[in-house]
Design a binder for this molecule. Structure first.
Ligand code: ADP
Length: 250
């Protein structure tokens, strides 16, 4: 079986800034892989490269055996690669269920439904059904008709995860999904990610909370200055000298 994600010597340079500078990572199907590193070490840029938001300067990325380079963001998304963003990106004037429905089929069905009422009513219904399933999956089945701004912050984060889940992805990339959350909310999200893993979803988790990451991941990759400095078993990896220095030494 193909690995869910393979990055081979990936470089993303912005002029003289070497945001990602030769990263190789393999994420096995069904695994929950952590990606950690100090601020500015290139984690978000790598997720952007995997999802097609920034072009590669060099290297190769494949998701489930298919090359990502040269494909657009929607093309990559349609191949089952979905993500959440560091900052919450929900549309404030759409209901929660409509926001989540935008994640099903890139929102095309929902937009069709809004722009051509009647003609696309069925497509719209499919997106909304997928959205309601995803909301139920993240424990928010009762809030579909509310506006995102009416929900507590921790629930807005879950709505984002639901939007990524609505298209039933094979690979989910999570960019700091527990940032700004309470200890209790963090635990709930950690439990949700473990449940998704138990259902077979492959995940790559970017997160600052090392305690949480080492507790729930199978495999941990540490980057610093755009390069991998450690890769392996989470408990052993966080004890690595280079990793301790990257985190504590400056
Ligand atoms: P992390 O997610 O680990 O905090 P980032 O991937 O956001 O790190 O950033 C890595 C480096 O790349 C930083 O120095 C950042 O300023 C730079 N960078 C990221 N995106 C761009 C961009 N679009 N243009 C120029 N520099 C960028």
């Amino acid at each position: 079986m193909n690995d869910a994600l393979v990055c081979e010597d990936v470089k993303v340079h912005f002029g003289g800034v070497k945001a990602v500078d030769g990263v190789s990572i393999t994420v096995a199907p069904g695994s929950l892989c952590g990606l950690v590193g100090p601020n500015g070490s290139g984690k978000t840029t790598l997720l952007n490269a995997v999802t097609g938001l920034v072009p590669l300067t060099a290297g190769r990325i494949t998701a489930h055996g298919e090359a990502v380079a040269g494909r657009t963001v929607p093309q990559i998304a349609r191949r089952g690669v979905r993500r959440t963003f560091q900052a919450i990106r929900l549309l404030s004037t759409l209901s929660v269920v409509e926001n989540v429905a935008l994640g099903a089929d890139d929102g095309r069905r929902l937009l069709d439904g809004l722009l051509r009422p009647g003609r696309s009513a069925r497509a719209d219904r499919v997106s909304r059904e997928l959205a309601r399933d995803a909301l139920e999956r993240v424990g928010l089945s009762g809030v579909g008709d509310r506006l995102p701004g009416e929900l507590p912050y921790g629930h807005q984060r879950r709505v984002e995860i639901a939007r990524a889940l609505a298209a039933r992805p094979r690979l989910l990339l999570l960019d700091e999904p527990v940032a700004g959350m309470s200890v209790e909310e963090r635990r709930e999200i950690a439990d949700l990610l473990l449940e998704l893993k138990a259902e077979g979803l492959t995940q790559l988790l970017v997160e600052h909370d090392l305690e949480l990451v080492t507790r729930i991941t199978d495999h941990l990759v540490v980057v610093d200055f755009g390069r991998v400095i450690a890769d392996g078993n989470p408990d052993e990896t966080v004890r690595n000298e280079d990793v301790r220095e990257a985190y504590l030494g400056r």
